[in-house]
Design a protein around this ligand. Structure first.
Ligand code: S3P
Length: 186
């Protein structure tokens, strides 16, 4: 068991926060997990889009990446401070920001959805149009980004390998692990 208690929020009230590279399945798996646990689900990108009234692609285009990163930080840090008992999926780049990483690790249970580069490449075509970060980068550059992000994602409470499992199977495994950790703490 590698769940670390950094503050006094009981484990069964902590938000469960999903991190991982674009296309790892954070939103799909997060929704399934929330259903199974009877919790509300929040997708950070969708919440930012709602708050600012435009799609992430449009925020990148009209306001630039730094503006988007600031929005991410404001939204996620506040969410970590204010909310309990949610399942939250984060945009793949957000965990690169120190303040976001600390807020999530201190207040939530952080799950890394770990995908290999080989599997990710098969998902590339489905992602390119809606992920500004992938545009204007070569495959080699994306692989570099993938590897550098992966090093940061290792700062987590739990990792689940997602290559060969369906979202339903992954969510089921996570629910079992989470419920076991709650029972351990009780
Ligand atoms: C980004 C990932 C996207 C979204 C934005 C930037 C990134 O979210 O936040 O396009 O920097 O990796 P997903 O990980 O849900 O695709």
């Amino acid at each position: 068991m590698i769940l670390i208690m950094n503050n006094n929020i009981p484990l069964n009230q902590k938000n469960i926060i999903l991190i991982g590279f674009m296309g790892a399945g954070k939103t799909t798996i997060g929704q399934l997990l929330a259903e199974k646990l009877g919790r509300d689900f929040l997708d950070a990108d969708q919440e930012i889009e709602r708050k600012h009234g435009m799609p992430v692609t449009e925020i990148f285009k009209s306001m630039g990446e730094p503006a988007f990163r600031q929005m991410e930080k404001d939204y996620i840090v506040e969410l970590c401070r204010e909310s309990r008992e949610k399942v939250v999926s984060l945009g793949g780049g957000s965990f690169m920001q120190d303040e976001i990483r600390s807020a999530c690790l201190d207040n939530g249970i952080v799950y890394h959805l770990d995908l290999t580069w080989e599997s990710w490449k098969e998902r590339f075509e489905d992602l390119i149009d809606t992920r500004p970060i992938l545009q204007s980068r070569s495959l080699e550059e994306i692989e570099e980004l993938f590897n550098s992000r992966k090093r940061i994602y290792t700062d987590n409470h739990r990792t689940v390998a997602v290559d060969t499992l369906t979202p339903e199977q992954i969510a089921t495994i996570m629910v079992e692990q989470i419920r076991a950790s709650w029972e351990n703490e009780a």
